[in-house]
Every structure is written in structure tokens, then in C-alpha cells.
Design a protein around this ligand. Sequence first.
Ligand SMILES: C[S@@+](CC[C@H](N)C(=O)[O-])C[C@H]1O[C@@H](n2cnc3c(N)ncnc32)[C@H](O)[C@@H]1O
Length: 414
Amino acid sequence: MNHLPALLDWVEARLGLQMTASNQENVWFAVQTLAKQAHLSPDDYMQQLMYNQCDQEPFIHRVTVHESYFLRSRAQMEYVVKQLIPGFLQRRPGETVRILSIACAQGEEPYSLAMLCKDAGWSASQVEIHGIDLSAECIELARTGCFTRHAVRGVEESFLRRHFIADSSGRFTIQASVRDFVRFEAMHFPRESLSRLLPGYPVIFCQNLLFYLTKPELLRALEELRRLLYPEGWLYLDGASSAFPKTGFCHVHKENVHAFRLAATLPVPVAKPVKAARKWGQEVDQTVGKKSGDQLLHMAWQKFRLKQFPQSDHLFEQVLHEYPALQAKALLGKARIQADEGQQMQAMELAEKALAHQDGQYAALTRMEAAEACAIIALTLHGKGLLPAARSWFALLKQFNPQHPANKLFQESS
Ligand SMILES: C[S@@+](CC[C@H](N)C(=O)[O-])C[C@H]1O[C@@H](n2cnc3c(N)ncnc32)[C@H](O)[C@@H]1O
């Protein structure tokens, strides 16, 4: 009996993770690997897993994406450290600013925040950073505070020297004084956080998680974010997640940084985040909207061609936040950046999201752009050796653009 369909349902129900084509492949890959390690057939392994007769943690770790790196959302973090923390401490002297980093992976995000806090002169008694992640394996790694060169890519040498101890094997270990700011816990957000976390966080980072969730789980997560956020707090989401309807939050854009704050009234219109935010007057940077979405996209692709990926990514993010009708195009741009940076799984996820907009309410991608998204997915699956899945994406790619260069690889490999 093939238990895979039941397992996919189980993953959605148990973890709240949406089963897209790419993570279905991940699930199957994890099953094959772990069944082999346990000397079981894939079916027997799946059955044991679903009936809780084996350790579920290795499976959970394998079916989630843990890509992160230091100073990933530097502009947002610097805004928090230089603008929000001083304001909070001035209003509430003697209190500690609690920052929550949800889906913190191996700790790159909370440690980055801690390093910036340290550089700004804050102490661990003034700022406490709490990192949580579903994967207990990630949390264990986070606690070791030991990272590869890949995790600190793009970070300037002086910053590395201040906050890490580099060893001869190329590993970077966090300085003890940085660790003092941070504590980690493995937990499912939002299911376990509900009973384990107290509300009142003035700052919450929830980046690159929401778009993995099923619709009901997303609604639960938003409710939980509303519960956890301090009434005047700031929530930071990644661009792709910012596009979701978020009843009860309003979008603010200040000093080139996007954030969400609890709205006093419900609901906040979603399709026009800039207009919605304008109702909140002084929070909105009045320069928003000066450039059209098409202009921003054009600039983003120019930066991409010059290989200025952070600048290009920033512009695509801006489009995601401010121009809902252009979200699919911005997601495709972000996918291309990830693909060029060697982050194939992230690229595939974003390409899938860009294509998902095809059936939505907006004129999403042109045929050429849809072909590009299919090529990213097909090439990733092909690279992972998942040939039957790759084949169906190559077929779709050919329908959109028979001249796309990736078709050649398909013909050669079949
Ligand atoms: C792509 S990483 C994001 C890392 C970091 N926030 C960033 O943006 O760089 C996604 C993380 O979400 C975690 N995750 C997935 N589902 C989760 C859940 N329901 N609760 C908490 N963490 C979850 C995964 O284990 C993974 O480490």
C-alpha cells in the first residue's frame, strides 16, 4: 500500500505546512533517506512515522527549509537597534526589550540582532532576544553558536572579527558576550507558542515562514502574532509573506524599511497596502509611490544583471509590498536571485509562488516569465535527481517557450 498521500495529509495537519510540488519532493526524499537508515521499506517507515512509533524529529528537520544567513535583513535590524530600542527604553526605563525571532533556523537572525545591539552599546540586561524554531536539530545547532563561512557570506571582515572567533577549519564561533543576549527554544509556531510564550514583545521577526503554511495555519499564525505583539509593537515579515491579507495589522514604511503594526480598527484593506497605511498618517514615508511599480521592476532587473543581488532583492521586496498586481513578477525576480546565488530550493519555492499567481486575480506573468519560473523548478528537480517530477516541469516549460535554453538539457537527459 502506498502511504505517501496519507503522509502528505499528515504533514499538512500535523505541521501546518503546505504541500507544494517542491516540498512533496522533499517529503519523498526524506522518507527514502530515513527509511534506508532505519532498514525499513518506505511504506513501513511512513506508517511508523504517522503512528508516532519512531522519532519524528529527523523527518521534521528534513522536510523544512533552513536557509538563512547573518544580517539577512540588515536594514530592518538596524532600524530596530538604532530607532526602536532607544525609544522603548526611554519610555520605559529599567525594562528589558524583548525581541522574538520566529523560525530562527540555526540562530543566524537572533545572533545578528544581538551583534548589532552590542555594537550599539546595549547590554544583555536591556535587550533579550528569544529565538524559536520547529526543528529541535536547528535549535541544537543554534546553541553551539558555530557556523560555516557560507552562513556569514557577505558580512564585512571587521564585523566578523568583532563578533566571531574563526578557527583553522574555517568555522566561525560566536563570541560569548553575544550569546548572553540570546536564548533558544524548539517549538511549533503558532501551536506550541500559544501555551509557552507570554505576550508583549515590542519587536517580532517572522521572516520566511508564513508562506510555507497552509491557509488555516496561516490564519492561526496571524492570530498568534496579534496576541504576542506588544500593543505598540513592530512586526517584521519577509516581502513574500507581506502580501498576505493581515486583518488587524497596518503596513508602515519608514526609512526604507517595511513593517506591520497592530491596527486600532478592523479590517485593514489588503490589496492596497500603501493606501491603507496612509490612513495612519505620520507613520508613512510620503516618498512611497513616487516610482511606479514598473519602474521599480526595471531597476531591480538592472541591478540583477549587474549582479548587485542585495540591491536587486531590496527593489523586488519593495514591489512585493507596494504593488500587489506585480507580486508574481517580483517573486520571479527573487527566485532568479536565489538561483544565481546557488539557493536552489528557495529559488524553486519562489518560482512556484510566482506561478501560483497565474490563476489569481491579477495578470501575473507573461509566457516568457512563466517559462523562466518553470525552468527554475525543472532545473532544480533535475539537479536533485528527481527526474519524473523534473520531466513534467520541462513539458510545461516547453509549452510556454519552446526556445528556452533549458529545453536542451531536458532533451539531452531523456
Ligand atoms: C527559511 S528558514 C527562515 C530562517 C530565518 N527566519 C530567515 O528568514 O533567514 C525557515 C525556518 O522555519 C522553521 N519552521 C517551519 N515551520 C515552523 C513552525 N511551524 N514553527 C516554527 N518554525 C518553523 C524551519 O525549521 C526553518 O528553520
